[in-house]
Design a protein around this ligand. Structure first.
Ligand SMILES: Nc1ncnc2c1ncn2[C@@H]1O[C@H](COP(=O)(O)OP(=O)(O)OP(=O)(O)O)[C@@H](O)[C@H]1O
Length: 286
């Protein structure tokens, strides 16, 4: 229903919008808010993992999501990316509701998370891993079977894809590994490959779940530099990471979860000085 379709309330005589909640949210949400989570909840049987979480992620930001073990960070990620269906609440991507969509549908709309390289992908080369990643990529044989006349286009498309894959490998400085099997990479190199695969899908919002786990300091710096480069280009990141220094030094906005709820939100400075956060972390360095 269009914005202009209204109904007049019989008692008040006031015009009342007939738009659906999703349409209303889309109208109210500035497009500068790529990700908005509203009242998100998830229960597993009797366990409440996420309990009414609301937050916003601003365009081009690097936003950190932190919290002690069991705070509900992964479950929140999984609800946002369609891995879990939330028990309640809504998720909006650029003002459009994506709650309950399948992970691939959410990824096609531009919200992508890094995933560990699956076993099947470990048996492919690094270059092949990148060429398989794009969301709208049709296999050459699939296209040829339905559109035999388009063979040259397919070849062009494949060439373009290969070129992009090489550029992406160079950007992450793993081009020298292009012909290696993904399964032979070190933990840190795998993380770079995971990020490179995400980039090949043309994402708008990238969810990073512990992207630095098991990464040595040199590669960590490289990965963080790349994330900052991408952010400068307009990509938006939501970042779960256990290393508090990394979050404090790199994220301009931090959301703290505790016992399934948002405990605090703000800059590193705000979070460091927040009494409730200090208490939740029981004196750990923050
Ligand atoms: N599939 C599941 N089934 C049952 N309980 C679950 C499931 N997934 C998570 N939980 C529970 O939900 C709560 C939140 O877990 P979650 O993994 O989201 O926290 P987290 O903040 O990511 O923790 P960590 O930092 O330790 O990874 C925990 O009590 C956990 O045991």
């Amino acid at each position: 229903m269009s914005e202009s379709e209204t109904e007049v309330d019989a008692e008040s005589g006031e015009a009342e919008s007939m738009d659906s909640p999703v349409e209303r949210a889309a109208q109210q949400t500035p497009t500068s808010l790529p990700l908005r989570v509203e009242g998100l909840a998830k229960q597993f049987g009797g366990i409440t993992a996420v309990d009414g979480v609301s937050f916003e992620v601003e365009a081009g930001s690097l936003t950190g999501l932190i919290g002690p073990n069991g705070a509900g960070k992964s479950t929140t990620f999984n609800c946002i990316t369609g891995v879990h269906e939330p028990t309640a609440g809504n998720v909006y991507l650029n003002g459009e509701e994506i709650t309950g969509l399948a992970p691939y549908e959410i990824a096609q709309r531009g919200l992508v998370r890094t995933f560990q390289i699956a076993r099947e992908l470990s048996e492919m080369t690094v270059l092949e891993n990148l060429m398989l990643a794009p969301k709208h990529q049709l296999g050459e044989s699939a296209i040829r079977s339905v559109l035999p006349g388009l063979r040259d286009d397919v070849v062009d498309q494949e060439e373009e894809l290969r070129e992009r894959a090489w550029e992406t490998l160079e950007f992450f400085e793993i081009d020298h590994l292009a012909t290696e099997y993904a399964g032979t990479l070190s933990g840190g190199q795998r993380k770079l490959l995971e990020m490179a695969r995400v980039l090949m899908t043309d994402p708008e919002v990238v969810l990073l779940d512990e992207p630095l786990a098991g990464v040595n300091p040199t590669l960590e710096e490289k990965l963080l530099d790349r994330i900052h480069d991408l952010r400068a280009e307009g990509y938006t990141f939501l970042f779960v990471e256990h290393d508090m220094d990394v979050i404090m030094n790199n994220c301009e906005r931090i959301i703290v979860m505790h016992q399934g709820r948002v405990l605090a939100e703000g800059t590193a400075e705000d979070i460091r000085n927040n009494e409730q956060v200090i208490e939740a972390y029981l004196g750990e360095d923050i």
